[in-house]
Design a protein. Structure first.
Length: 164
């Protein structure tokens, strides 16, 4: 007599497959939350940051704000464009200084670096904007322009870009 093969999978194998499928769903979600890699700036809880972040736009580079459970910080899109308030105000610097929409920014990352990191100049505390490479280096200045109202809401310290 010839026996027909079983058409069902053994329970142990079904359990392993279910666990693997769950991992494929959960792992990318956890990786996209972004808050694990974002540290609050030293003065993130400063009143000036609270006031400035209240001026934040609903979107940056067309990307809506995404949840980020970090004091003094906001995120937009996925991968997240991260905004951190509460950094020490930079002094004179060899970094490239850009005036964008009435706000001065230092380009603190190398010219070909990804992500692009910009820090407000002439504001105390300072605002940092990190734009992942997925958005294109050429769009980092547009992100800074979108966030200019936040930087302008921070107290000015009298410094400005020189030799523009």
């Amino acid at each position: 007599m010839h026996r027909r093969p079983r058409l069902t999978r053994p329970r142990a194998r079904r359990g392993a497959l279910a666990a693997a499928a769950a991992l494929l769903v959960v792992a990318p979600t956890a990786a996209c939350s972004g808050s694990e890699a974002v540290e609050p700036a030293p003065s993130a809880s400063a009143a000036a940051c609270t006031t400035a972040l209240a001026a934040a736009p609903a979107a940056v580079l067309g990307e809506a704000r995404t949840p980020l459970d970090v004091a003094g910080a906001l995120a937009y899109g996925s991968p997240p464009i991260v905004v951190r308030c509460g950094l020490a105000a930079p002094g004179p610097s060899p970094d490239r200084c850009l005036e964008l929409d009435g706000t001065d920014w230092l380009l603190t990352s190398a010219d070909d670096a990804v992500p692009v990191v910009l820090v407000s100049f002439g504001r105390d505390p300072a605002l940092e904007v990190t734009v992942p490479g997925d958005y294109g280096r050429e769009n980092a200045s547009a992100a800074a322009i979108d966030l200019a109202p936040v930087a302008r809401a921070l107290p000015a310290n009298g410094r400005a870009c020189q030799g523009l």
